[in-house]
Design a protein around this ligand. Structure first.
Ligand code: HEC
Length: 114
């Protein structure tokens, strides 16, 4: 089931990532905080861009929901629904919640153990 859903995400959607020198092998789900939804979130989002782009954001759950909707509308991300969307949103909201902006002050390693 999961394979089918994520197969869809992976097929032919690899647009040029925002940070040009990204190589997919640079990141693995193991670098993210371990929790339910980690693999699902990682693979759903890294089909198109590196996870750093995601981890650089700190959003509330409704904001993450908007982000996913935006990814779907703007970038043709497969619409993730139901339990899977819930799983991903919970993962994102738990591990990437709103925080003091780090962009101006330099990039904070999202994989670092807090
Ligand atoms: C189908 C391709 C695709 C998928 C899948 C995808 N994105 Fe994106 N995303 C993009 C592109 C292209 C950009 C960079 C251009 C832009 O920001 O409009 C981007 C940018 C972003 C940004 C940065 C926006 C900003 O304003 O800086 C965030 C956050 C983001 N994506 C979140 C996600 C999350 C979370 C997922 C997984 C649930 C995801 N994306 C999956 C295509 C995708």
């Amino acid at each position: 089931m999961r394979e089918a859903a994520f197969g869809l995400v992976a097929v032919g959607l690899c647009l040029a990532p925002a940070g040009a020198q990204f190589r997919p092998s640079d990141e693995t789900p193991e670098q993210l905080p371990e929790a339910p939804g980690r693999e699902e979130t990682f693979y759903a989002c890294t089909a198109c861009h590196n996870f750093k782009l995601v981890a650089a954001q700190g959003l509330t759950k409704p904001q993450w929901d908007d982000s996913l909707t935006w990814m779907t509308k703007r970038h043709n991300m497969p619409d993730i629904r139901g339990n899977e969307r819930e799983l991903i949103l919970n993962y994102l909201a738990t591990h990437y919640p709103p925080r003091v902006p780090t962009r101006a002050g330099g990039w904070k390693n999202p994989f670092a153990v807090e």
